[in-house]
Ligand binder design. Structure first.
Ligand code: ADP
Ligand code: MG
Length: 243
């Protein structure tokens, strides 16, 4: 629709602008982090526990700037030259292995139900990995939320529906009220506390999936969990043969 196309253009414009700013901020930010870290590392330089704690907080805030920058600059225009034929299952496997290093995910079981016969999709691997990563991290946050039932898991599913590849990320986390679900994909919308969320994850996912001519849908029940469904067109038969 026109509204979606406009939204996509807006996000791409933000991305291009942000990528430039983030690039310029990168060096001084690394400078700040390095300097503060060197003071903390120097034996005897900071002996006061309170002062040490404040410097560590400063480092965390610097890391947050970096994180926001990374999230925002991902909105940059999709690069068509990086498109390739992708095995979605393989991409999911790679992403899950990467996420195994994330502290939050060590405590959560991730189940995989991947349709091994799924044909290739055409897309940008980095960007689609970013989508899977964001969805799984959101699922992890929801499962670890103190209001969620303990012991909830995450499940990733793929299947083919006609000419479409379907990916579902399902969690048994805290779920969303309808009003939250309705706003969840808007840029900068977050219910997570200061320093926790940027509110860019789902906006980024929606933008990337849209650029791949796909769709992202959210189904959620408060207290029960959430399923995010991503639909991507399969690569045309002629292209798939080259995969
Ligand atoms: P962030 O994770 O930085 O808050 P997102 O765009 O990824 O930003 O998500 C926006 C909001 O949508 C979250 O703050 C949360 O309220 C809600 N949300 C997203 N995914 C889930 C999920 N799997 N379960 C429950 N709530 C979710
Ligand atoms: Mg998120």
């Amino acid at each position: 629709t026109r509204r979606m196309a406009w939204q996509r253009e807006k996000m791409a414009a933000i991305g291009t602008l942000a990528a430039g700013i983030v690039h310029e901020i990168g060096n001084p930010l690394a400078g700040i982090t390095g300097l503060v870290q060197s003071v903390l590392d120097e034996p005897g330089a900071v002996t006061d526990a309170g002062a040490r704690e404040r410097l560590e907080l400063a480092l965390q805030e610097a890391a947050r700037i970096e994180r926001i920058g990374r999230d925002v600059s991902e909105f940059a225009v999709p690069q068509h030259e990086r498109r390739e034929l992708l095995d979605l299952n393989e991409l999911i496997g790679r992403t899950v292995r990467l996420l195994r290093h994330d502290e939050r995910l060590r405590r959560i079981e991730i189940g995989l139900e991947l349709d091994q016969g799924l044909p290739a999709v055409e897309g940008v691997a980095d960007q689609l990995m970013q989508v899977v990563m964001n969805l799984v991290l959101n699922a992890a946050d929801a499962v670890l939320d103190e209001r969620a039932r303990p012991g909830g898991g995450i499940r990733l599913r793929t299947r083919r529906e006609g000419a479409t590849a379907v990916l579902e990320v399902e969690d048994e986390g805290v779920g969303m009220e309808p009003s939250v679900a309705a706003q969840a994909t808007e840029a900068f919308f977050t219910t997570k506390g200061a320093g926790q969320g940027t509110g860019l994850g789902l906006a980024l996912c929606t933008s990337i999936v849209g650029a791949h001519r796909g769709e992202l849908a959210i189904r959620s029940r408060p207290g029960e969990g959430t399923t995010v469904t991503v639909r991507l067109p399969l690569a045309a038969a002629g292209e798939a043969r080259e995969a």
